[in-house]
Design a binder for this molecule. Structure first.
Ligand code: S3P
Length: 436
């Protein structure tokens, strides 16, 4: 099993452009598959998760050509039915690949089987299966069709109105993709706005959507079936969730000064910055423009003290993937930090509440798991230790940053191959951005 050995570092410095956004790359591939003509994607995140989606698109009849580094050209099916896949479709570790593809497959007039790795086969699928069945799809699967593998016999769907019990961009996107090929209108309502990349990208490919936000923050989106998508040229913005690890390193290592260029700053993703602002943290940033219908910016991060944070409610979906690194930041914040309303963390690539509290405690943190989050007392000096990723990329990377900011000793992070799912470049940055 691959491990990293990490020594405490002095600071991080440099100018860096993060790799393409994972969520947006998945969507570009899927809409490229469904669109008329060619879709050119620059800044494509060539990670395991996104390459799984690309492989599935090829099995469904798209052609894909690598034009250069992080640059792909996809020719879609142009509104024709997709091709029945000759073999199972394997989403690997990726919940986004599995759940979004389920929405695509449910509307296709053929049989397909969708599966994933051991972690993904444990994760809940009922949240997409149940509404897709209501739209008319025939889906069977393990555990009463609540876990992968799923066997999908797709066909004519009808639009539904659906209220998602949790704000989940994967569920919303699955239903919008199914709705694109359903009769009538599909409406998805969510208790608060989850990441809206699918809405933005459908719009960029020429689809019409209607969206509404209530005063209380609830969100509704409607899509009419039978719309035509046109292939596009896209540049994927840098992944804020990948940048977040280095934002944390720069904030916590004194003397650090890191400039992060062309990073996506869609407000449905940057809740970590709002949480940090609560803790008195000031980041300099300059808006750059728009890429693929998404706002981008240059962020400059310098080391500074962090105050306690209280996080819950509508802010949670916009920082859900940053919870592990937020836990680490909280160990160095002055006072008691609490994250609540984040029970979803228990069904991510690992049980992230359990994983991060166990591992950070091994390094000396005062962190307590809660049913729907965690409570952290800070600041506490961390020490090097042997820690485990739980097979989860974001836990592995958080622990590597914890090793850099530790006051003493070496940290060994075990089982780090999972980092390939989202951020293959991470390991090389442990040298490129870090001063020993
Ligand atoms: C994602 C949505 C989020 C997020 C995941 C990626 C997406 O999950 O945690 O890493 O690309 O739509 P949920 O929608 O299940 O909350």
């Amino acid at each position: 099993m691959q491990s990293w050995r990490i020594r405490p570092a002095r600071r991080v410095r440099g100018v860096w452009r993060p790799p393409g956004d994972k969520s947006i790359t998945h969507r570009a591939v899927i809409l490229g598959l469904l669109a008329h003509g060619a879709t050119e994607i620059e800044g494509f995140l060539e990670s395991d998760d996104c390459l799984r989606t690309l492989r599935m698109a090829q099995q469904l009849g798209a052609s894909a050509e690598r034009v250069g580094a992080a640059h792909w050209r996809i020719v879609g099916r142009g509104g024709q039915p997709l091709q029945e896949p000759a073999d199972t479709l394997d989403a690997g570790n990726s919940g986004t690949a599995a759940r979004l593809m389920a929405g695509v497959l449910a509307a296709q007039p053929f049989f397909s089987v969708l599966t994933g790795d051991e972690s993904l086969r444990r994760r809940p699928m009922r949240r997409v299966v149940e509404p897709l069945q209501r739209m008319g799809a025939r889906i069977d699967g393990r555990d009463g069709a609540t876990r992968l593998p799923l066997a999908i016999r797709g066909g004519a769907l009808r639009g539904i109105h659906y209220l998602t019990p949790v704000a989940s961009a994967q569920v919303k996107s699955c239903l919008l993709l199914a709705g694109l090929h359903a009769a009538g209108v599909t409406e998805v309502a969510e208790p608060c706005l989850s990441r809206d990349h699918t809405e933005r990208m459908l719009h960029a490919f020429g689809a019409t959507l209607e969206q509404q936000m209530s005063d209380a923050g609830a969100h509704r989106v409607r899509i009419a079936g039978g719309q035509r998508l046109e292939g596009q040229r896209l540049t994927i913005p840098g992944d804020f969730s990948s940048a977040a690890f280095w934002v944390a390193a720069a904030l916590l290592l004194s003397g650090s000064d890191l400039t992060i260029e062309h990073v996506g700053v869609n407000p449905t993703r940057t809740g970590l910055l709002e949480a940090l602002a609560q803790g008195g943290v000031h980041l300099e940033w300059q808006a750059v423009g728009e890429q693929a219908g998404e706002p981008t910016a240059t962020l400059r991060v310098r080391a500074q003290p962090i105050g306690a944070m209280r996080i819950g409610g509508a802010l949670v979906p916009s920082l859900i993937d940053e919870a592990p690194i937020l836990a680490l930041l909280a160990t160095q914040a002055h006072g008691e930090t609490e994250l609540r309303d984040a029970a979803e963390l228990r069904v991510k690539e690992s049980d992230r509440i359990e994983a991060i509290t166990t591992e950070l405690r091994t390094m000396g943190a005062q962190i307590e798991p809660l049913p729907d989050g965690f409570r952290v007392q800070g600041p506490t000096p961390l020490h090097g230790a042997e820690v485990h990723s739980h097979g989860d990329h974001r836990i592995a990377m958080t622990l590597a940053i914890a090793g850099l900011i530790a006051h003493s000793g070496e940290t060994v992070v075990h089982d780090v191959a999972c980092v390939q799912t989202s951020f293959p470049e991470f390991e090389s940055l442990l040298q490129a951005l870090v001063e020993a």
